[in-house]
Design a protein around this ligand. Structure first.
Ligand SMILES: Cc1cc2nc3c(=O)[nH]c(=O)nc-3n(C[C@H](O)[C@H](O)[C@H](O)COP(=O)(O)OP(=O)(O)OC[C@H]3O[C@@H](n4cnc5c(N)ncnc54)[C@H](O)[C@@H]3O)c2cc1C
Length: 394
């Protein structure tokens, strides 16, 4: 198995990298760094990427793409995440919301929803998690009732909804349409207009700042029949496909790799007891461990992409890639703390913060990366079951 990139892919990486060096604002830290400028800035960049045909490059031309293969998309994702994902919320549209609409939507839905995504003009949020249904998503209780004329009326609460306050124009919502079957069999996916009467967004203050993560309340929200995606009660299968795409689509290793580069530079320029920190055996060992972990996560992801390209990726592959990516981010946070020492807790605003507060930021970032898109324990369960044939966990 040879994962070397082709000349075309290498040329594209160089071109994209030059573009991003010019276009990504110097202050930009990370998508998971909530501040006022984050969303408007990411919108501007997404529009510029769309102009160049890069935003949805792997989509077919009729939906605003150029039919680029999965490896060009890998190059794009790596370059984005190695800069803290400057596409902002668009990465969700491109990675799985758009592809699910393309695959399961009607022709009318494709025409209506895919073009605005390919032009970087729309923000979607994902309404899956609820206060009592996160890992056990099939337990969700948001209810969608079908009316006599075929519309749906939705009532319930979602939580941890990223970018709902951006504001998102649409919500990719999972709701219960049938209470008389096993929990995961009675769920459907809806494309919900966030401006519809009865939708309320309440931002949550979190580790990443104020906003970006929200509670969303649906109070008798009317949704037209043509905004249901796929068949009624078929939401679970589509969701599983979407989660696999989401997990393979975020190369955390690229994000950790850029942090490793910063750490290496820091050890070269920092003197401890008259010697560069880069000569300290313990520091070198830990940096080497992080280097290897980044590469391992990269290869496991490439394997998942390769199987996905052939249409044979399983939940095992995407869970493995997601889990190793999360563990790599955790290790990056730890190694950052060990390398920088006690000052690694200082925030970027503190003039004494080494590395402009990157060590502190990396430690915070390591926390959501093992929770979002499915907690790491759930990935462990999938791997235990599908990889090792162990019994289902309760
Ligand atoms: C930054 C961020 C952004 C997010 N964005 C969104 C979003 O846009 N839309 C959305 O719908 N959700 C979003 N989420 C929510 C995320 O999907 C959930 O937090 C996640 O699925 C875990 O669910 P929970 O928070 O309810 O925790 P729980 O499911 O209650 O889990 C709590 C703990 O118990 C462990 N646990 C649970 N079940 C098991 C089990 N069977 N075996 C072993 N351990 C178990 C978990 O690993 C975890 O450590 C986001 C979360 C974060 C952190």
């Amino acid at each position: 198995m040879d994962f070397a990139f082709s000349e075309t892919e290498k040329t594209f990486r160089e071109e994209l990298s030059t573009f991003l060096d010019q276009e990504v604002a110097e202050w930009w830290r990370h998508l998971f760094h909530a501040e006022e400028r984050t969303i408007p800035t990411s919108r501007e960049l997404a529009a510029k990427l769309a102009e160049r045909g890069w935003l949805t490059m792997s989509w077919p031309p009729e939906y605003g793409g150029s039919g680029a293969d999965a490896w060009m998309q890998v190059v794009l994702r790596e370059e984005m995440w190695s800069r803290g994902e400057p596409r902002g919320p668009q990465y969700m549209n491109v990675n799985y919301i758009g592809p699910l609409i393309m695959h399961y939507g009607t022709e009318e839905q494709r025409e209506r929803f895919l073009t605005p995504i390919s032009q970087g003009r729309v923000i979607w949020c994902q309404g899956f998690s609820e206060p009592d249904a996160g890992s056990d998503l099939a337990a969700l209780s948001t209810r969608a009732r079908r009316t006599a004329d075929g519309r749906y009326v939705i009532t319930g609460q979602k939580i941890w909804t990223s970018y709902a306050d951006a504001p998102a124009q649409w919500c990719f919502l999972l709701a219960r349409t049938n209470v008389d079957v096993r929990p995961h069999q009675g769920l459907s996916l809806f494309l919900v207009d966030m401006a519809a009467p009865g939708v309320t967004v309440r931002p949550i203050e979190s580790l990443i700042g104020t906003g970006e993560i929200n509670e969303v309340f649906f109070d008798e929200v009317e949704v037209p029949a043509d905004c249901r995606l796929g068949a009624e009660d078929d939401g679970w299968e589509m969701l599983r496909t979407g989660l696999a795409l989401e997990r393979i689509g975020v190369p955390w290793y690229a994000d950790a790799d850029r942090f490793l580069e910063r750490l290496v530079a820091y050890t070269r320029e920092t003197m401890v007891d008259g010697r560069p920190l880069s000569e300290d055996p313990r520091t070198r060992t830990r940096l080497a461990e992080l280097y290897v972990r980044c590469r391992a996560a990269r290869l496991v992801t490439y394997r998942a992409v390769s199987l996905q390209e052939k249409g044979s990726a399983t939940a095992l592959e995407s869970a493995s890639a997601w889990m190793l990516g999360g563990l790599t981010q955790q290790l990056a946070g730890q190694v950052g703390h060990e390398t920088v020492g006690a000052l690694s807790v200082l925030h970027a605003d503190d003039p004494d913060a080494p590395m402009d507060g990157w060590a502190q930021f990396q430690q915070l970032l390591a926390i959501p990366t093992t929770i979002a898109a499915g907690a790491i324990d759930i990935q462990r369960n999938i791997i235990a079951q599908q990889g090792l044939g162990l019994p289902r966990s309760n």
